[in-house]
Design a protein around this ligand. Structure first.
Ligand SMILES: Nc1ncnc2c1ncn2[C@@H]1O[C@H](COP(=O)(O)OP(=O)(O)OP(=O)(O)O)[C@@H](O)[C@H]1O
Length: 762
């Protein structure tokens, strides 16, 4: 376990940690992105950029409590940047709070800076050949040890201020002394665990962890009175946490024009400097370098409520005021040899095997990058170039799915193929469980069926008109079924559900970059319907701009994706539907006349249900059977009174409304027969009106006509069956009606072919 941990279930694989990690120490697995501790330098960038807080600092609160509970001499050392974190407390109050937590003494970390100051000064001012790199920032030490080991010999062989004070306190206090260092730095947690300085500090807490400990104890520090610090009172060491502060703390005069001395902070600038040094592009005498912007006051555990400059002022103020309470014991004051301040560094580079050119090429090809122009270097994967990303894939740090343009393209292809498969599966289902039959034997429905049969096999564009719920979509399906394209997809698009720009890209596709969010090429539904039929429902709702584009596609048979320049051919039959009056649209200017004529080649107008009432009982029985199947409930029928009431209703929602009412009744019925009470209340009123008139459906003119027609139909069918000696196919041919229709009529009259086997020969 390292100082930065991953809360796996919070990771959403957004790759922002990969993008921001300066040393690519993140490995992306199938479900989460994890820190590789051997490569991590503890800079905390991943903590900052993870919006899900899936990266967290390893918690040292429990460890601190355990040490405090052991009853030894436990000393707290406040890192030099503490005035910039605890800005709303007096330092003495902070000391009081720490003592209430159980710490025996509280020291200022700036003392550690002053312990190493003379050594730094000597080394800096002595003649040396290699540029010296300051080693007081643990992130810089990790960066060089783990990634730039060629600079190990340039690191100043001196411990950090934290280690110096740890050793100093332990030497003075004896072996029982425990030291907890508190700062904004998380790389310090790494540092104390490294074998070169092991034992100097027992644990590193962040300021936030300390604040949590105060909260856990319900300690309100603002109410505490001041307690004194212990140990040596520091002076210029207090300026150390600021950018450039080490020059003050180590008493090194920095001349602005002197190229021998460089001081810098911030990830980019540090990396640039380290690379310059590694490549020997520059040869200064000394570089004072810290990874965090602005110095230690910008550490990952910093106070986020204050700006860098406000924090800088707080630190300067703490140096200038100098009036902190101190109560130092003699053991810290009298002269004694300094602790061991020397340290060595080791090569901790874990080299990952570099791929050869062939491997990089094959990884690039696996993500659709065949020529240089295919390498967008978009950075979405977290790597600045496609090549660096390919190397990371080879080294097991990344996987191919991280390439966003590749993944989007693959999803797009999947979507098109799934749309096609869905359509085919739907048709297979329809064939197995009965086709979506158009029910009705009234003359107007029969006319529609005739038109479907006529236009189906042709390539003609069809415009289906009619009120909502009259069966326009059903008719479009039937036309497709009757066409030679029946084994190809029928893609249905409801034009009202999408905004204009979305609809355009849905229909025709788009090119990458054609609008915000178009991060990869996308194929449109016209393309998904290639070879088949596209059904544009509610075509009256599309805007004039889209009408123009549609007209262009219909006229040329060519598609041009949004943002694309090259058109390409598609073979799609168009069926459109609308319940709006397009002639009004042409007159009023909201529908293009040329498109209207282009669509109005062959029009089928769906009759409203109120004009084909004689088919209502048949539709009711059809929907009853369907509801019975869907609800898995053996619905036996519907009472005559209910049918009569249904016949009297004006059906504004047409067949869809009837279908819904029957399904509702099927749910409500207690005895599997739909009764008037199972229908909406309007039907009870209609039933009463019918009863009052004493004029039920049976006795009405329509009812009588219906009855007689039924009788005539039945006797005709009997005649054909007798002539064909019960051979249904032959009887259907003689009657000149399709066999399936003949069977349906037989079923309706309760007749069976074999009852006529012995009839006289024709
Ligand atoms: N003649 C019919 N026989 C059997 N079912 C029908 C018939 N006409 C319509 N339906 C059924 O009624 C419902 C509505 O039909 P459809 O969706 O085709 O109507 P629509 O005119 O396209 O409606 P909208 O204009 O609201 O889109 C569907 O479930 C359909 O199966």
């Amino acid at each position: 376990m390292g100082p930065i941990e991953t809360v796996r279930e919070r990771c959403r694989k957004c790759y922002s940690c990969v993008r921001n990690c300066p040393v690519k120490a993140i490995k992306v697995g199938p479900e989460w992105a994890e820190v590789i501790h051997a490569r991590c330098i503890g800079c905390g960038k991943c903590l900052k950029v993870c919006s899900q807080q899936a990266k967290v600092i390893a918690n040292c609160i429990e460890g601190t409590r355990r040490i405090l509970g052991e009853g030894q001499n436990v000393i707290a050392v406040l890192g030099c940047s503490y005035p910039a974190f605890f800005n709303d407390l007096r330092p003495g109050q902070l000391v009081s709070g720490l003592k209430k937590l159980g710490f025996a003494e509280v020291h200022e970390g700036s003392t550690g800076v002053e312990l190493i100051a003379a050594t730094y000064q000597d080394l800096i001012l002595a003649p040396n050949s290699a540029p010296l790199i300051s080693s007081h920032c643990p992130t810089i030490v990790d960066l060089i040890e783990r990634h730039y080991p060629q600079l190990l010999r340039n690191l100043m062989p001196v411990v950090s201020p934290m280690v110096a004070i740890g050793r100093f306190l332990k030497e003075r206090g004896g072996p029982q002394t425990r030291v907890i260092y508190i700062s904004s730095c998380i790389a310090g947690k790494f540092e104390v665990a490294s074998e070169e300085v092991a034992g100097a500090i027992d644990l590193v807490l962040t300021y936030r962890e300390l604040s949590q400990m105060f909260r856990d104890q319900s300690l309100d520090l603002t109410r505490l009175s001041d307690a004194p610090f212990a140990g040596r009172k520091p002076d210029k060491g207090r300026l150390f946490p600021l950018s450039g502060g080490p020059f003050q703390a180590f008493d090194v005069r920095n001349d602005f024009l002197n190229p021998d001395f460089i001081s810098t902070g911030g990830a980019e600038s540090c990396l640039e400097l380290i690379r310059d040094l590694a490549a020997r592009r520059i040869t200064p005498r000394w570089v004072d370098i810290r990874f965090c912007e602005g110095g230690c006051i910008g550490g990952p555990g910093k106070n986020n409520r204050l700006t860098t400059f406000a924090k800088r002022n707080l630190v300067i103020n703490s140096y200038q005021t100098q009036d902190l309470p101190y109560d130092s014991q003699a053991l810290y004051q009298h002269e004694q040899p300094l602790p061991q301040l020397q340290r060595r560094f080791s090569n901790k580079l874990k080299r990952l095997e570099p791929p050869n050119g062939e491997s990089v090429r094959s990884i690039l090809q696996a993500t659709n990058k065949f020529v240089e122009q295919d390498e967008f270097d978009c950075g979405a994967c977290g790597y600045p170039t496609c090549r660096e990303y390919a190397v990371a894939v080879y080294q097991g740090l990344a996987d191919t799915e991280m390439c966003l343009p590749f993944s989007i393209k693959r999803l797009e292809e999947d979507r098109v193929s799934l749309t096609q498969k869905y359509e085919l599966a739907q048709r297979a289902l329809a064939q197995e469980y009965g086709d979506p039959a158009i029910i009705g034997k009234d003359p107007r429905t029969l006319d529609v069926l005739k038109l479907i049969r006529q236009v189906g096999p042709t390539p003609t564009t069809v415009l289906i008109r009619g009120e909502s719920g009259t069966g326009k979509e059903l008719t479009a399906r039937a036309i497709h079924e009757h066409s030679s394209r029946a084994d190809k997809p029928l893609v249905t698009v409801n034009c009202t559900t999408l905004t204009d720009s979305l609809l355009e890209s849905e229909l025709f596709g788009h090119k990458k970059g054609s609008f915000t969010g178009a991060i990869a090429d996308k194929k449109g539904l016209f393309e998904a319907a290639n070879g088949g039929t596209i059904f544009l429902d509610e075509i009256g709702d599309i805007t004039p701009k889209l009408q123009a584009e549609l007209l262009r596609v219909l006229d040329s048979g060519e598609l041009k994706p949004v943002g694309g320049t090259l058109p390409h051919k598609v073979d799609v039959r168009l069926i459109a539907a609308t319940n709006r009056n397009l002639e009004d649209g042409v007159r009023e200017g909201w529908f293009r006349e040329d498109l209207f004529y282009r669509l109005n080649v062959f029009t089928i107008t769906m009759p409203p249900l109120r004009s084909r009432r004689e088919s209502l009982p048949q539709l009711v029985h059809h929907f009853l059977a369907a509801a019975s199947k869907r609800l898995n409930k053996p619905i036996r029928g519907i009472e005559d009174r209910a049918i009569a009431a249904l016949m009297r209703y004006h059906w504004p929602g047409n067949i869809r409304e009837l279908q819904n009412i029957i399904e509702r009744g099927s749910v409500l019925t207690q005895d599997n027969v739909i009764r008037i009470e199972n229908l909406p209340s309007i039907f009870s009123q209609l039933a009463l009106e019918g009863d009052d008139n004493g004029n039920n459906a049976e006795n009405s003119f329509r009812g009588q006509r219906e009855k007689h027609l039924e009788q005539v139909e039945k006797s005709l069918i009997r005649k054909y069956l007798e002539e064909a000696r019960g051979n249904v196919s032959l009887a259907a041919r003689k009657a000149n009606i399709p066999r399936r229709t003949f069977y349906r009529i037989l079923a309706r009259h309760g007749l069976k072919g074999n009852e006529f086997k012995t009839s006289a020969a024709p």
